[in-house]
Design a protein around this ligand. Structure first.
Ligand SMILES: Nc1nc2c(ncn2[C@@H]2O[C@H](COP(=O)(O)OP(=O)(O)OP(=O)(O)O)[C@@H](O)[C@H]2O)c(=O)[nH]1
Ligand SMILES: [Mg+2]
Length: 278
């Protein structure tokens, strides 16, 4: 029986969801990965613009805030396992709004309930590292006038992400009395090339976002942390990258697996989920 892998792909605006989707799809189309397209994909429109920009060596635009499209890609892996991959593309503001408005639209509730695997994209380079008790002396917090503090309060990027995961877990009726095996959680540290690091993805994650790491590690039995560079380098919206245009976008992009091994097959995070079974 065909497994349906409905990915709950979670990422705020500007983390690289659209470029990853387009690069993934391109790999499937030109057969430059271990996964094979084994039927007709549907709803490719969401990625058409991105695909044509990448072919010219340019990056594509921000996805409109209210848009939400699901594309379905029938795929088989090297062991012959078949899956329908349901891949969404949407404006990342929707994810930010779930937390700030503390209301889950019905459509998002359904998506959370239907998802088999959770894949969270985090772009470390654009996250703020907050001042806290560990980086500033206590007096500097006491010195802030109470009213000022009240208006300026905003949860940190880490706290917001923990809150988001907690809301999703609650919605999906998962209990945290023991660490979860399902839904499997994969964290992709996107735009890995920007970080210019040789650290292991999990080590970097743990040192940059210790609170989030601790939440993830204590609530999932085996979270997977992978570095992802869907593009391999920064692209401009206006000036074409000639090498991209001549060699083709499928020649660019890589993942850094948990053990630090770099691989040009950016579909690997999904292959790992398929190999693990449902
Ligand atoms: N350096 C580098 N830049 C990347 C990579 N992937 C995406 N980008 C850039 O990051 C920016 C955001 O990428 P998008 O794919 O549009 O992000 P998104 O998550 O779809 O954002 P919204 O549509 O606003 O939700 C774009 O300017 C991309 O060119 C990468 O692997 N490396
Ligand atoms: Mg987008």
């Amino acid at each position: 029986m065909a497994a349906q892998h409905t990915i709950l792909l979670v990422g705020e605006s500007n983390v690289g969801k659209t470029h990853y989707g387009a690069q993934f799809l391109k790999r499937l189309m030109v057969k430059a990965c271990a996964l094979k397209m084994s039927g007709a994909p549907t709803n490719l429109e969401a990625f058409n613009t991105a695909l044509s920009c990448l072919t010219e060596g340019k990056s594509t635009d921000h996805t409109p805030a209210n848009s939400y499209v699901e594309s379905v890609w029938p795929i088989t892996d090297e062991a012959g396992r078949y899956a329908e991959l349901v891949w969404p593309d949407y404006g990342g503001e929707q994810v930010r709004n779930l937390v700030t408005q503390r209301r889950i639209p019905a459509a998002w509730r359904e998506r959370v309930l239907e998802a088999t695997d959770w894949v969270v994209l985090i772009r470390l380079h654009s996250l703020r590292s907050e001042d806290d008790l560990f980086s500033r002396p206590l007096q500097s917090f006491a010195a802030v006038a109470p009213e000022e503090e009240a208006t300026a309060y905003e949860p940190s990027d880490q706290a917001r992400t923990v809150e988001l995961l907690q809301m999703l877990l609650y919605l999906a009726h998962f209990h945290l009395d023991r660490p979860l095996q399902k839904p499997r959680l994969t964290i992709l540290l996107s735009c890995w090339d920007e970080l210019e690091t040789t650290e292991l993805p999990a080590d970097l994650f743990a040192s940059r976002l210790p609170m989030l790491w601790s939440f993830v590690r204590s609530n999932w039995t085996s979270p997977t942390i992978i570095g992802l560079s869907a593009l391999e380098r920064a692209l401009s919206k206006t000036d074409a990258d000639q090498e991209y245009a001549t060699r083709g976008p499928e020649e660019f992009g890589y993942v850094v697996l948990s053990d630090g091994v770099k691989d040009s097959d950016i579909t690997l995070p999904i292959q790992l989920l398929m190999a693990d079974g449902i």
